[in-house]
Design a protein around this ligand. Sequence first.
Ligand SMILES: O=C(O)CCC(=O)C(=O)O
Length: 360
Amino acid sequence: MARGVALTSDPRTPMTSDLDDPANAATPRPGEMPPDVVVAVSADERARGQLLPETERAAYAAFRSHGCLLLRGVFPATLVDAMYRDYVARYGAMDARGMREQALKPSPNPFIARSEARYQITPRMSGAFGQPGVFANSLLCRFLAPLFSGDMQLSSFTLVVSHPGAPLQPVHRDHGHLFVEPEVGLNLPVHAVNVVVPLIDTDLETGPTGVWPGSQQWPESVQPQPDTLTACPIERGDCMLLDYRTLHSGLPNRGGRARPILYMVYARSWFFDDVNHFGIRSLDMTVEDCRALPESVRPVMIRAMSQAMRAQADERIARARGPDHSPNDPSSWGKVGRNDPCPCGSGRKYKQCHGRSGSA
Ligand SMILES: O=C(O)CCC(=O)C(=O)O
């Protein structure tokens, strides 16, 4: 697809039709990204782990004005290929039906359905997925940290897989504005950034993630028309940075193979996305692997460590409960401490879940 043509019409027309409507979903004709959204990283910058000042200026300007940025060539292709091989070894045998069956299992469950034939998986951060060059990539972290005034943690590390036949996803933001008052919310600095890393080359056949540039500052009431979406190929080694408020949508997968992309969310330390991670882990690294990380990487992995410790405690509790315990059968739970995780697996404390007075 040729690049470099700006949007010609204002996409902010309030929507009257439903984006879930299959008639709309079947026929997206993505426009092209504004040319300045795409910033190429040179081999020298990649090797040094830092952008040159002029590249950095262009990248910040694009990200701030469009709420998205496509950095070309951040990751070595060998690292992306290693992640793809890990993906295939772990999940490659599962088609859409297999993932749907997995997603229906009770928690703790690393699979959730995002939309038709599109699934999110929280992979164990080991093997290629456990390489600091991925989640603590120096070029990426050096670029991101100033956006959060240095207060940045990896908040989630998941895969989104669209299977052949997956339709256009409903348009959405990963998370709404933090404040509903328009005069406050729309001008706030970014609180979370989603870094999208395709594990295979994506083109309009395979279905990259399409975006509405500038929509990070649109009020919630504005819903764009599907045909005003913009997209471009995203290849192995590239990554797309999305302000968490930017409207986007996974394009249909018209190809013959599954399209896995890595989603790494970096956020200010006080922000956690309960909406997308209700009852599921957003990061899965073992306590031992967190402890083995180089000292310089640990500050960005505080949340990974806290989730790892929580999971370890949950496992101890599950072992102590014994094999007759069933998350779906409160009569099998025995005595549960008010502050213990709820045995139903919701991820909430017992006192805030099944232990609430009046709760069944
Ligand atoms: O599959 C994609 O390209 C986008 C997925 C996405 O935005 C989501 O699941 O929230």
